[in-house]
Ligand binder design. Structure first.
Ligand code: PLP
Length: 398
């Protein structure tokens, strides 16, 4: 039976990472995979996580399964972090949360949930969007439609075109997938006014908003980053949110995330919770405990929470420092504002807006690894490789 299967194509991002690892050029720069790196090129464990792990070692007295919803303390604290502790939906008991295996696990369960509501539901995703969004949604048999969002090498969201696409095609019962902050792959986020406009449209058209939050606190700060989705959550009767703790707690391999739903009333919220748990049961049963305990401990304890917010600030400041460094150097070397957009974008990703040939040429001549689409992980830039990177970019300019 096995021989009826065919080889799966390699994941282009992971494949590029393998090539980068095999490259022996000491000057090589890997800007492919979307993980945070410090100025030494390392992805360290946060101090707040180390401290919480110490407590876990001391406190853990059982390895028995968690329940299907995961760690209830984590669920409560992460929901308050996302919506704000006094959000009306929380006070009205209209929110249901389960712990998931990373943000990807939350998206996968959400996809199955949408399928249960209506098989083949159409989900609108931004063009471009995170490489795994479409495969995750399609694996539940959902239909995909795209709305214009960003043009490589430019500045700003194409909001007019986005609204034109949605106005022309979106129908009641469709889902619209939005990203919370630090859009992957383009680094351009909706302004609060745009969120407000969209919330009215979503309500008017009868769409279900699904917000994917994978970089909370990495754009401006935890509260400012939340303004848009909190406004949406206050405006609509129903909403889905997937949350990832991979980046902002640097817990990538511990696979911690959450799926949050907002319902019109507490009775429906209960139905949602039972469905989310029931789907989790058949996808991976119960989530792993480690990451949930750590985040709950960090969020609940004043000292650890302060430590975390400080470390999150450091991540954001370093990425912004590299953005400014790149924009300054490129402006100086090229006497042009062509790459100025890098300075203003948010989070870890930007497109350089160069051709595949230029990308391949940088790889060949300078061992710089970025995706063929020219998407770079700015967190891979350090004070020791930035000049080499700038040399490479300059070398492929006409
Ligand atoms: C936009 C977006 N959503 C979701 C995820 C999934 O994160 P996780 O690693 O927690 O599954 C990522 C990870 O890169 C992402 O960029």
């Amino acid at each position: 039976m096995f021989t009826s299967l065919e080889v799966c194509p390699d994941d282009p991002i992971l494949q590029l990472m393998v090539h980068a690892r095999a490259d022996t050029n000491p000057l090589k720069v890997d800007l492919s995979v979307g993980i945070y790196k410090d100025d030494m090129g390392k992805t360290p464990v946060m101090d707040c996580v180390k401290a919480a792990e110490q407590r876990r070692l001391e406190q853990e007295d059982s390895k028995a399964y968690l329940g299907l919803a995961g760690d209830l303390r984590f669920n409560k604290l992460v929901t308050e972090l996302v919506l704000g502790p006094s959000h009306a939906a929380l006070a009205d008991k209209r929110v249901s949360t389960i712990q998931t295996t990373g943000g990807s696990g939350a998206i996968r369960i959400a996809a199955e949930l949408i399928k249960r509501i209506k098989p083949g539901t159409r989900v609108w995703v931004s063009d471009p969007t995170w490489a795994n969004h479409i495969p995750l949604l399609k694996s539940a048999g959902l239909e995909i439609a795209t709305y214009a969002y960003y043009q490589s090498g430019e500045k700003g969201v194409r909001f007019t075109e986005m609204m034109q696409d949605l106005s022309a095609g979106a129908q009641s019962g469709d889902v619209i997938l939005l990203q919370g902050s630090c859009h992957n792959p383009c680094g351009e986020d909706l302004s609060l006014e745009q969120w407000q406009h969209l919330a009215e449209f979503v309500l008017d058209r009868g769409l279900l908003p699904f917000v994917d939050i994978a970089y909370h606190g990495i754009s401006k700060n935890l509260d400012e980053d939340s303004l848009g989705w909190r406004h949406m959550a206050a405006s609509v009767p129903e909403m889905l949110i997937s949350y990832s703790g991979s980046k902002n707690f640097s817990l990538y391999r511990d696979r911690i995330g959450a799926l949050i739903s907002i319902s019109p009333n507490p009775a429906t919220a209960h139905i949602l919770l039972t469905n989310m748990m029931n789907i989790s049961r058949v996808v991976y049963s119960v989530p792993p405990a480690h990451g949930g305990f750590l985040i709950a401990e960090i969020l609940e304890d004043d000292e650890l929470r302060k430590m975390w917010m400080f470390e999150l600030d450091q991540i954001r400041l370093r990425v912004n420092q590299m953005r400014n460094g790149l924009a300054d150097r490129l402006q100086e070397r090229l006497s042009s504002d062509r790459f100025e957009f890098i300075r203003d974008q948010q989070g870890m990703f930007s497109f350089l807006g160069i051709s595949v040939e230029q990308v391949l040429s940088m790889r060949e001549s300078h061992s710089i690894y970025l995706l063929n689409s020219s998407r770079v992980n700015i967190a891979g830039v350090t004070s020791s490789n930035i000049d080499h990177l700038v040399d490479a970019i300059v070398s492929v300019q006409p």
